[in-house]
Design a protein around this ligand. Structure first.
Ligand SMILES: [Zn+2]
Length: 760
């Protein structure tokens, strides 16, 4: 009898492992900052799951209870756990009832979060959001109770494929640090950081377009113009949006190195700093640089510059990494340029990727994206990819492409992923942020399960409506993708059918009404409903129907109070534009207008150093755009400034009012040319000829009307711009004061319409 009792007792101790509340978190006698932070985090969340305080003990104290040991403790060594984990990875091991979590930095911290999420079911779905004083969203964190239950963790080791993981799904300039951590993101930009005291903040504020900061024109240009890039025969001071350094000047790398050194001293814990060209590329046209760029390509010459800086820094700071933006697809290795081991090319193929069509395609199918990445990989061990990911103006189903994109990047050993263009709130931002962060952590996770889980948890009693909405937009994506695959780049865009739009509207109306008593859920619905309404309100009210347009506008106004002040809808002043469009639809024509239904666009996008929007007493509205000579893309008329006021199926005559400011007016010559750029559609098949205008003999400084050609308007979803080039000299300019679209049937001569046609 006695023996049996003893055996039973032994079996209990052997096989019934300890319950969660018995555990102690154990730290070494001399823990690093990240070990201490991780131990405290684990203590806090184990405590929540155990519904009691969990003790934290530091060696040499010897714990009586079972432990979760964090980092390099003596107990871990005694158990033989000594192999070094990767910096970004973690190892979870078990010995008896004891568990041992070890990892690099930041791998250890993310190991703790993985343990809490994957083994204990903790979830961090969303952070708190305070759109206005009246409306507050507490976010959503779930910590299930394990009180009285055995703590059972699965021993494993894991290193994520990307050491840099960042997506800017947030409202405003800074991401929530806690959620950034719980989503296991490892940021590179100055928009998101891990908690300051985590000891794992590796990104710095020296991020992108840093030439101007590292070699400030204010300090050096007056005495040393030769440090700066030459443009059209002259040295020009650089800004972060314009100009560059002179790559061949021997003093430049040394001065820039001191700039980086200052940044390192200002943020001693950080590891990533940027030595990157200013926005807009940045060539130098001096004779020496021209030879170098010819030989090595611009990307190659920029890599040589950052290599020199790395060389000067590596002795003092062997662990830092210098990132450098790569915009072109040049194969720098052809000219024998390779990155210094501390240099990380940051590949940003903006021209190919950043448009409404390409962002829906997995990058493995976009040679304009894969080729610069593969070329950069040949030149460097570590490469970070800069993605452009989303669009704030319509329900935008990026799920399937994202999953395929990150799998491809992992296969190619690309070491970092950063996504831009998501800051001011886009369609399904909370869902995408959570799902995409998980896929960046582990690209092989089941995306469907992640989507389902999030929608159920976050949208509660309206989950069915949101799930159906997501399924509709993903189905539209599949239809788009099938069409796109047949003729890639031929203007195929994502289009929702009338039936789909009507279904979406019904789902939103139901969710909106059902959630009326639950302000938090109502806000979550509002922040998605507004994206759908933004799409609907982008159309021409006359085409949409005034009644529907007015109803959508009224509902949009009800959604607005649930948006943070910096949401795209508000920062782009869309509500004002919707109101104006309503007024426009019932307006009296403007005095300048050619005919009743013509549409005028006043202000194009101007580009620093290429063009300017200035007062001009001779202009119709007192303002004109001045375009300097030899500046292609210097003036851009974005489609979205007029596309929603044109009527599909109609042909429009394009008319502008211009004046020339030329040095030599003896003979007529080409003044400017006018080009369409369709985002995601490089084909010229849709367009016949180049629209342009010649100067008049002995004529200067007087405005005149010019008719450029005609436009067949087909697709109200088209994205892109008209851009202008000027072959005149840099000392000369052309002024434009507006662009007008006149319905063909309303156009009366005298002026002939040139036989030049575009299609949008
Ligand atoms: Zn130069």
């Amino acid at each position: 009898m006695k023996l049996l009792a003893f055996l039973l007792f032994a079996a209990t101790t052997l096989f019934a492992a300890a319950t969660i509340e018995k555990y102690t978190v154990l730290l070494s006698s001399n823990p690093s900052t990240d070990e201490r932070y991780t131990a405290n985090l684990l203590k806090e969340y184990l405590g929540k799951c155990a519904e009691t305080d969990i003790a934290l003990l530091q060696e040499p104290a010897v714990p009586a209870d079972p432990v979760i040991s964090i980092g390099e403790t003596t107990l871990a060594k005694q158990c033989g756990f000594i192999d070094m984990p990767d910096a970004n990875g973690y190892i979870l091991e078990a010995s008896g009832d004891n568990y041992f979590l070890r990892g690099g930095n930041p791998g250890l911290l993310f190991g703790a979060i993985s343990l809490l999420e994957e083994d204990l079911g903790c979830r961090w779905y969303a952070h708190e959001l305070r759109p206005t004083k009246e409306h507050y969203d507490p976010g959503l964190e779930v910590t299930p109770s394990h009180r009285g239950k055995t703590l059972s963790l699965s021993p494993r080791r894991y290193t994520p494929p990307f050491s840099i993981r960042e997506i800017l799904y947030m409202y405003g300039a800074n991401a929530n640090r806690e959620l950034t951590m719980f989503l296991r993101l490892a940021p590179i930009s100055y928009h998101s950081f891990l908690p300051e005291d985590s000891g794992s903040v590796h990104n710095s504020h020296l991020f992108i377009h840093t030439y101007a900061r590292l070699l400030p024109a204010k300090k050096y240009f007056a005495e040393h113009p030769e440090y700066f890039a030459m443009r059209h025969g002259k040295r020009v001071p650089q800004k972060n949006t314009f100009g560059a350094v002179c790559y061949s000047n021997p003093a430049v790398p040394g001065i820039m190195t001191e700039g980086v050194r200052e940044a390192i001293l200002a943020e001693p814990g950080a590891r990533y700093f940027s030595v990157s060209c200013n926005d807009g590329g940045g060539s130098c046209e001096c004779p020496e640089c021209s030879v170098l760029i010819n030989k090595h390509t611009l990307a190659g010459v920029q890599l040589v510059l950052v290599n020199k800086i790395a060389e000067l820094l590596v002795g003092d700071y062997p662990d830092i990494r210098l990132t450098t933006l790569v915009y072109s697809s040049d194969d720098v290795t052809k000219a024998g340029v390779y990155a210094h081991p501390c240099v990380v090319p940051f590949v940003a193929p903006i021209n190919t990727r950043y448009n409404q069509i390409s962002m829906l395609i997995p990058i493995s199918e976009l040679p304009g994206v894969t080729s610069p990445l593969i070329n950069a990989r040949k030149a460097a061990k570590e490469v970070i990819y800069w993605d452009y990911l989303d669009d704030s103006r319509l329900p935008y189903p990026t799920f399937d492409q994202f999953a395929q994109t990150v799998r491809w990047l992992a296969e190619q050993n690309i070491s970092g992923y950063f996504a831009d263009c998501t800051c001011g709130g886009v369609s399904l931002a909370p869902l995408k942020k959570w799902v995409f962060a998980h896929l960046l952590w582990n690209p092989s996770l089941d995306m469907e399960a992640l989507i389902d889980e999030f929608i159920k948890a976050y949208y509660g009693s309206s989950a069915n409506e949101i799930a159906e909405y997501v399924s509709i937009i993903r189905k539209a994506w599949r239809r788009f993708k099938t069409e796109y695959d047949k003729t890639p780049g031929q203007g195929i865009t994502l289009v929702y059918t009338a039936d789909e739009l009507s279904k979406m509207r019904k789902l939103f109306e139901k969710a909106w009404k059902d959630s009326a008593q639950d302000d938090v859920l109502h806000g979550r619905i509002a922040r998605e409903y507004i994206v759908f309404l933004t799409k609907m309100l982008a159309g021409n009210p006359v085409v949409t129907g005034m009644e529907q347009y007015t109803a959508d506008y009224a509902r949009a106004l009800e959604c607005l109070p649930y948006l943070p002040w910096n949401a795209n809808v508000l920062s782009q002043k869309l509500p004002e534009r919707w109101q104006k469009k309503l007024e426009w639809s019932t307006r009296e024509p403007e005095p300048e207008q050619y005919s009743a239904n013509s549409f005028i666009v006043w202000k194009p996008l101007t580009v620093d150093g290429m063009s300017e929007y200035i007062d001009d007493p001779d202009a119709l509205d007192g303002k004109a755009t001045r375009h300097f000579g030899k500046q292609p893309w210097g003036v851009q008329w974005n489609y979205r400034h007029f596309i929603d006021c044109l009527i599909p199926g109609k042909t429009y005559v394009l008319r502008m009012r211009i004046r020339a400011d030329l040095k030599d007016t003896q003979e007529p010559r080409s003044l400017f040319s006018f080009h369409p750029f369709h985002h995601g559609n490089k084909s010229i098949n849709l367009n016949r000829g180049v629209m342009g205008v010649e100067s008049l003999k002995n004529n200067n400084d007087k405005y005149r009307w010019v008719v450029l050609g005609s436009l067949d308007f087909v697709n109200p979803e088209a994205t892109g711009m008209f851009w202008l080039d000027t072959p005149i000299t840099p000392e000369e300019s052309v002024y434009y004061d507006y662009l007008e679209f006149i319905p063909l049937e309303e156009y009366k001569k005298p002026e002939e319409i040139p036989d030049c046609k575009y299609e949008l």
